[in-house]
Structures are given as C-alpha cells and as structure tokens.
Write a protein that binds this ligand. Structure first.
Ligand code: ADP
Ligand code: MG
Length: 360
C-alpha cells in the first residue's frame, strides 16, 4: 500500500510533473507566441500615420513599431516649431526680424540652415542663393499677389542678390547684410531641413522605420519593417496622378523641385517660383523637374533647387564633380528623362532613360 501509496504518490508526482511540464510547455508556447507577436508588432505591424498642413504644404508621416504614435507626436511638434522659426513674412520670426532689420542673431536652426545655404551657394556658383528674396517679393510669390515686373524693376533689385554680401559668424549666429533692403528666404531648403529634423525626432523616439513626406519631398528612416526598401514614386508633372518612376530607398531623402509646383499664368505665359539669381527671373534651364536623392535631406533640397537653375548640362558636370554624394533624376521640357548611373539598381520606370555616367 505504502508502495502503491508511494507509487500512487509517485504516480501523483509524475502526473503533476507531467502536468506542470505540459503547463510549462503551454506557457512557453504562449510566451513564444506573445514574443513573436510583439516582435511582429515592433517589426511589421503597428503602422501609425499622421496627416496635417504646415509650412504651406500637405504633410504625411508614417512610422512603424510600438513607439510609432509617440514618435509621430514628436515629429509633428518639431515641424510646427520649425515653421514658426522659419516663417519669412512674420516679424516675430528669427528670419523675419533679420529681414526687417538687416542684422540679427540666428539660433541653432538658423545657424544650421545658413551654413548649408552658404555652402551650397559656393558649390553651385551661386545657382542656389537665399538672397533672391527681394525678387521673390517683387514677383509676388510670398503674398500670392502675382505680378510680372518690368526690366527696370528687376534691374533695381538685382544688386541686392548675392550671398557673398552676407556676413555670418557660425559660432555666435551673428548675421548682417551689407545692403539695406537685402532679405533672405530659406524656402529652397526649409522642407529638407524640417524632414531631416523630423526623422531625427523619430529616431530619438526609438523608431527605426518611418517615412516623412512634406509635399512630395520624402525622407526615409531605415527601410520597411522586415528590411525591404520603401518605394517612393516621383510625380510626373506632364500628367496628373501619373509618375515618372519609382525609387527603392533605405535611409535616403528624395526631394523634387519643379516649375509646376508653384506658378502663375499671365498673358499665356507661365511664371514659376524658382528664380535664376543671375537674371532675377524664373529659371529657364530647359528642365521641368529635378529629383535629388541623397542621405542628407537638407543637401537634397538645396541641390534640387540649384540644379533646376543650372539645367541638364551644368548639372551633369556638377554631378560628376561631386559623385557619389548625391544622385538625380531630371525631366527635361522635351520629355527626355536623364538619370545618373548611381540609381541603376534602385530606379524603376517604363520610360526610356538617358543615363548620365561618370565618364562624360
Ligand atoms: P518647393 O519649396 O516648392 O519644394 P524648392 O525647394 O525648389 O521648391 O524651393 C523653392 C523656393 O526656394 C522658392 O519658393 C523660394 O522661396 C526659394 N528660391 C527660389 N529660387 C531660389 C534660388 N535660386 N536659390 C535659393 N532659393 C530659391
Ligand atoms: Mg529645394
């Protein structure tokens, strides 16, 4: 009996052990399952999106992972903060005050933007120039009270253009214009800066997969969950809703400047918002749109504006000097699609491509 008892007891023990083993297995399986689900949520699931209007453009953000919502909150807040800092027309903003007084002290963002703007001005032989602002005003772009100025009016404002007339101390942020009535505008670089800062906020929130889109200017943080690249379409300005091609990107900015984004029509002519600093008129370089692909979003934005002013030939020479720092897709007015060879593996299109290669 004892034995039996013992046996019973033993049997009872074994049964309990089997039960607890089964329980442990079930628990383990459940735990594994939970862990997998959580991993999936962190990896693939939990896509959060956000859409709003700021910086005069339609913005959409998406992020993946359990911290996605918090990351989007931080990114959205950052974009609104920058909008207030960078607004050109309000005299309460840093840039507004500088424009009104001709002298001022820039804060951290202003310093970062000014450094890049002056650097790209030098690199591009002045094709990128933030001092075109008095001419932007003359053409009525900021106020949307469009006007075609006379040759005399343009000639009068042209001496105010030229970034070499800015004195800037990048340590203190002290900035001064050498002529009264000079004014600057970070519009050609602001969206790239805002998207780079939004990506930084997302990264700080622990996110490793996100896409920031400021009116078609896209910056990818990492790739899609699971490791595949994000697929970013380049708009076709010739046809509503169509695209020129698709770029597969990971950790890259894709930024486009074109003559179709902001323009007005007068007496059958189109006047768009990218000015050639040399002439004070909308650039007529034979290009319809310029897309720059670069890991630095601020650089991509400044370069897309500058390359639009340069035109295809100068842009190709400029790319050869700087390759592989950035890549580009150019749509010419005659419909030719120029693509730099660094995009061979990541650009997909049905159109015929004219490749730009390192050997001219
Ligand atoms: P968008 O802002 O539409 O994406 P861009 O990045 O090309 O397009 O910026 C155009 C803006 O840049 C203009 O609205 C104006 O504020 C400013 N800008 C225009 N011409 C120039 C130029 N040559 N260099 C620097 N900034 C410019
Ligand atoms: Mg730009």
């Amino acid at each position: 009996m004892r034995e039996t008892g013992k046996t019973k007891t033993n049997t009872g023990h074994r049964a309990r052990r089997r039960l607890s083993t089964a329980c442990a297995c079930a628990l383990w399986a459940l735990l594994c399952c939970l862990m997998m689900t959580t991993a999936c949520a962190a990896d693939a699931g939990e896509k959060a999106t956000r859409e709003f209007f700021a910086m005069d453009t339609y913005i959409s953000l998406s992020a993946y992972g359990p911290d996605a919502e918090a990351g989007l909150d931080a990114a959205e807040e950052e974009i609104h903060r920058l909008e207030a800092v960078l607004t050109t027309e309000s005299e309460d903003s840093e840039v507004g005050r500088l424009n009104a007084e001709g002298t001022g002290v820039l804060g951290e963002d202003g310093i970062a933007l000014m450094r890049k703007a002056l650097m790209v001005h030098d690199m591009t032989d002045g094709a990128f120039d933030i001092t075109v602002y008095p001419l932007m005003r003359l053409w009525g772009f900021p106020s949307k009270m469009y006007y075609v100025p006379t040759d005399e009016e343009i000639a009068e404002k042209l001496p105010l253009v030229g970034s070499e007339q800015i004195t800037f101390d990048e340590e203190s942020g002290e900035t001064a214009f050498s002529k009264t009535k000079m004014a600057i505008d970070f519009g050609g670089i602001a969206k790239g800066y805002a998207s780079a800062k939004a990506v930084q906020k997302l990264r700080e929130a622990g996110i490793s997969s996100a896409l920031v889109n400021l009116g078609g200017n896209v910056q990818a943080l990492g790739g899609k969950p699971g490791g595949k690249p994000f697929r970013v379409a380049i708009e076709n300005p010739e046809e509503d809703g169509a695209y020129l091609g698709i770029l597969a990107v990971t950790d890259l900015a894709v930024i486009t400047s074109g003559d179709y984004e902001r323009f007005f029509e007068k007496d059958g002519r189109i006047y768009h918002h990218i000015l050639d600093p040399a002439t004070g008129r909308p650039a007529e370089s034979g290009l319809h749109s310029v897309t720059v692909v670069c890991s630095d979003g601020v650089m991509a934005d400044a370069l897309s504006t500058a390359i639009f002013v340069m035109g295809e030939e100068k842009a190709a020479a400029f790319w050869r000097e700087n390759s592989p720092a950035f890549q580009m897709v150019l749509l010419a007015e005659d419909g030719t699609l120029f693509v730099t060879e660094g995009l061979k593996d990541i650009f997909e299109t049905d159109r015929e491509i004219t490749w730009i290669s390192t050997d001219a």
